[in-house]
Design a protein around this ligand. Structure first.
Ligand code: TYM
Length: 346
């Protein structure tokens, strides 16, 4: 039986945070244990070149992400772990695929527009090509399932469009890749605004944070008086409705985010209890935040211990990387050969 293929990746831009962990790594772990799937997980080091970066940092991070993968439980016996740029076919394949994509389409993607806003001085061809390279990463293994956070949906849509165009124009048989969703497909920011993101200071908890750091970060989540009503998922504090229940100030998303974190780490039941308490006797946020910080650390502690072990054994890490790089290159070369033939290049 031919197994379905899974491909995912994380850019080599720094330490991983809880958004990466819940949005991507949790799904990667689930699929590596499912015998129906063959799993490939890479460090997207080429994608790191699409925004400003430091050369030495990239050199370190493209290795550190593999260590993070291993520490989080990805297993080189079950998954192929590799570095995108070490397989030369990804960049080559992206060029072939770029021939069926228009510039206008790429310029209209919300993810592109966001980056243009963030880095107006660095609107490069590499940035415009980001989604095409990502489609190449996936299609080069004919992967059908992609464990990523919901923010990646526009890129998956591009990959599906490219798959359809290639199949129509050149008679290939690429599957249309779908997101493999996890319960943490959208992890909110600790600031109460938007999603947890490496590029927003104060928004994230890193997988390497110790208990004290986690406590301090959680303490900063904005909250309210602790007592109020929940209307369609919005937490409205009593202090926000002084005139017989009329809401005077916009409710903060901080409480909602705090409760979402409680649900992620302590389960739905615990959230329900605390939601009831909010609407009844009221919450003491110092206690809720302490409970959450400890639950987060409990999840991260074994990952941090495993990381320490791996840091002490660099040869083992090097060997896992070189085996993974080689396996990925062999698999990709089969599809590249087929596509070169179909496109008239062989
Ligand atoms: P990157 O490094 O930006 O994000 C890595 C993964 O983390 C997820 N993520 C989140 N999920 C939930 N809530 C959040 N707050 C949050 N923040 C980040 C992202 O959705 C992503 O899954 N383009 C990819 C890298 C990539 C890739 C690929 C992925 C390159 N080629 C091929 C899959 C397949 C990215 O954005 O990485």
């Amino acid at each position: 039986m031919n197994k379905k293929r899974v491909l995912s990746g994380i850019r080599a831009t720094g330490r991983l945070h809880l958004g990466n962990y819940f949005g991507a790594i949790k799904g990667m772990l689930t699929l590596q244990d499912d015998p129906e799937f063959e799993t490939l997980y890479m460090v997207a080091d080429l994608h790191t070149l699409t925004t400003p970066y430091q050369v030495e940092e990239l050199r370190q991070n493209r290795r550190e992400i593999i260590i993070d993968y291993l520490a989080a439980g990805l297993d080189p016996e079950k998954s192929i772990l590799f570095q995108q740029s070490a397989n030369p076919h990804h960049a080559e394949f992206a060029f072939y695929l770029s021939s069926v994509v228009t510039i206008a389409k790429m310029q209209h993607l919300p993810t592109f527009k966001d980056k243009v806003k963030q880095y107006p001085q660095y609107v490069t061809m590499a940035l415009l090509n980001y989604p095409v390279l990502m489609a190449a990463d996936i299609l080069i293994y004919k992967a059908s399932d992609v464990p990523v956070g919901i923010d990646q949906e526009p890129h998956l849509e591009v990959a599906r469009e490219i798959a359809r165009r290639m199949n129509q124009d050149y008679g290939t048989d690429f599957p249309e890749p779908q997101i493999f969703k996890t319960i943490g497909e959208y992890v909110s920011s600790l600031t109460g605004e938007g999603k947890m993101s490496k590029s927003v200071e104060g928004s994230y908890i890193n997988l390497t944070d110790d208990l004290e750091t986690i406590r301090k970060k959680i303490a900063k989540i904005p909250t309210d008086s602790g007592k109020g009503i929940i209307d369609k998922g919005v937490y409205i504090s009593r202090s926000a409705m002084p005139n017989n229940g009329v809401v005077a100030i916009a409710p903060s998303n901080g409480v909602k985010n705090l409760m979402e974190f409680i649900e992620l780490f302590k389960g739905k039941e615990r959230r329900k209890e605390l939601d009831n308490q909010y609407q009844d006797v009221g919450l003491r946020y110092s206690e809720v935040k302490n409970e959450l910080a400890e639950a987060i650390y409990q999840e991260l502690q074994p990952i941090q211990e495993k990381r320490q072990e791996l840091e002490n054994n660099p040869q083992k890490v090097d060997s896992i990387i070189s085996v993974g790089n080689e396996k990925a290159t062999v698999l990709a070369s089969e599809v590249v050969k087929e596509v070169r033939e179909k496109m008239g290049l062989l």
